[in-house]
Design a protein around this ligand. Structure first.
Ligand code: SF4
Length: 403
C-alpha cells in the first residue's frame, strides 16, 4: 500500500522595497526640472559639469573640518587664509579627488596652484575667498553654537498615491543630512555678542516662539552654495526656490524631532554663501531682484545706488557693504506645526508626481512624455540634456535649424 504525504512548501514572499527619497538629491532636484532629474538620477547619468555638486560638497567638507580644527585648537578669528584655511581646503580636495570628484574648472576652483605658480605664493581663487569669508564672517559666530555636524535623518511616510492600484509600496522613506545642529540657551555666555543670536532677536523670534530663557533649544542650519533666491511677495503660495528651501528645513525639523536625543527646535537658518562674494552672473540676478523689488532684504540707499548704477561688467563690479552681504546671506526660517504640516504635504505631492512619472514610464510611455521638461532659463543653460530636450530646442530654434 502506497502512502502519500502532501507537504506544502512555503514560497518566498515577493520582495518588498520601500522607495527612498533624499530631500535634496530627489525632491529638490525633481522640482528644479522633472526631466533633468529623470536623466540624472534615475538614468544614473552624472552631470558632466557638476559645479553645484562639487562646490556644495567642498563647502560642506571645509566647514566641517574647520569646525573640528576650531574645537581642537580654538584658533582665534580672523583665520589667515594661507596658514589656517588653505591646508583644510587641500585636505578636503584630496579627499574628494580620491572619490573621483575633481574641481570642474581648475583655473577658478581648485585650491591648488596652477602650473607656474609658486608654493610660497599661491593665488587665491574665488572659491577660497568665499570659504574665507564664510569662516571669518559666520564661522566665528556659528562654531561656538554648534552641537553636531552632518546629522543623518530618516523617516517613513504614507505613500500618497491613493488612487493608483499598482503603486510600488504603501510607504516611502524620506532622508536627509542636516549640515549643523546648534544648541542654544538664550542666557548662556556664548549667546552674548553673537551675530547669529542678534539676527534671531531682530526677527522678534523669542517672543513669537514663547521661549523660556533657561531651557535649551535647537536650531537647524543648512549651507547653500548659491545666491539668495528671489522672493516674490505676490506669489508666496507658488512653487519657487524660495519655498522649496523653506520646506526642506521644515521637513528636517519633522525628522529631527523624532530622534531620541533631540531638543525643541525653534528655528532653521540657511546661509547662502555666494552672497559673501557673488560672481558677476550672481550679481546680475541680484540686481534684477533688487530693481524689481523681488527681495525680502532691506537695502541701504548707498548699496541700492551702487547696484542700480552698475553696468553689469566685471570691470566695474561694485564694492557693496558688509551689512548688505551679511543680511542677504542669512535667512531665518520660522518653525511651527502648521508650517511643518504644509511642507510635508507639499513634499508628499512631489513624491506623488515622481511615482506617477515612474509608473507611466514603466507601462511604456516615452521618457519625454512621462517627465515634464520645466527647468528655468538658468537651469536650462547649464543643463547637459538641452540638445535633445524639446522645450529647450523649441525655445532656441534658431540654434537648431539648418539653414
Ligand atoms: S534643458 Fe531645461 S527643460 Fe530641458 S531637461 Fe534640461 S533643465 Fe529640463
Amino acid at each position: 500500500m502506497e502512502l502519500s504525504i502532501k507537504v506544502k512548501l512555503s514560497t518566498k514572499s515577493k520582495e518588498y522595497n520601500i522607495p527612498e527619497y533624499s530631500l535634496t538629491g530627489d525632491l529638490l532636484s525633481f522640482l528644479t526640472c522633472n526631466l533633468q532629474y529623470r536623466y540624472q538620477n534615475k538614468g544614473f547619468l552624472p552631470p558632466s559639469r557638476p559645479l553645484q555638486l562639487w562646490f556644495g560638497e567642498f563647502v560642506h567638507g571645509v566647514m566641517e573640518e574647520a569646525y573640528t580644527v576650531w574645537t581642537l585648537k580654538k584658533t582665534q578669528f580672523p583665520w589667515d587664509w594661507l596658514k589656517d584655511i588653505r591646508p583644510i581646503e587641500e585636505k578636503i580636495d584630496q579627499r574628494m579627488q580620491a572619490r573621483g570628484l575633481y574641481p570642474p574648472n581648475p583655473k577658478y576652483f581648485t585650491p591648488y596652484n596652477c602650473v607656474g605658480e609658486s608654493d610660497e605664493d599661491p593665488s587665491k581663487r574665488i572659491i577660497s575667498t568665499r570659504i574665507e569669508n564664510s569662516i571669518n564672517l559666520w564661522g566665528k559666530h556659528l562654531f561656538p553654537l554648534m552641537d553636531s555636524a552632518e546629522v543623518l535623518i530618516k523617516g517613513l511616510r504614507k505613500m500618497p498615491l491613493k488612487d493608483v492600484i499598482n503603486r510600488r509600496s504603501d510607504f516611502y522613506c524620506v532622508n536627509g543630512v542636516i549640515d549643523v545642529i546648534s544648541s542654544l540657551k538664550i542666557n548662556s555666555s556664548i549667546s552674548k555678542d553673537n551675530l547669529i543670536v542678534d539676527y534671531l532677536k531682530e526677527e522678534n523670534f523669542y517672543k513669537k516662539n514663547h521661549i523660556n530663557s533657561e531651557k535649551e533649544y535647537e536650531i537647524i542650519i543648512d549651507y547653500k552654495g548659491m545666491k539668495r533666491p528671489q522672493y516674490d511677495s505676490n506669489h508666496l503660495e507658488h512653487r519657487s526656490t524660495w519655498n522649496y528651501h523653506q520646506w526642506q528645513i521644515l521637513t528636517y525639523s519633522w525628522l529631527r524631532c523624532r530622534q531620541a536625543n533631540s531638543r525643541p527646535i525653534i528655528s532653521g537658518i540657511i546661509f547662502y554663501l555666494n552672497e559673501l562674494l557673488p560672481s558677476n552672473e550672481d550679481l546680475l540676478v541680484i540686481k534684477r531682484d533688487v530693481e524689481s523689488n523681488k527681495t525680502d532684504v532691506e537695502i541701504s540707499k548707498e548699496d541700492r545706488e551702487l547696484i542700480e548704477d552698475w553696468d553689469g561688467t566685471e570691470k566695474n563690479f561694485p564694492e557693496l557693504s558688509d551689512s548688505f552681504k551679511l543680511d542677504r546671506s542669512i535667512r531665518i526660517i520660522e518653525i511651527n506645526d502648521e508650517k511643518v504640516k504644509k511642507a510635508l504635504r507639499e513634499f508628499d505631492n512631489v513624491v506623488n508626481d515622481i511615482e506617477k512619472s515612474t509608473l507611466n514610464e514603466g507601462i511604456g510611455t516615452s521618457i519625454k512624455n512621462s517627465w515634464k521638461a520645466d527647468g528655468d532659463n538658468r537651469t536650462c543653460d547649464a543643463c547637459d540634456f538641452k540638445n535633445f530636450c524639446n522645450k529647450y530646442r523649441n525655445e532656441h530654434s534658431q540654434f537648431f535649424t539648418v539653414p
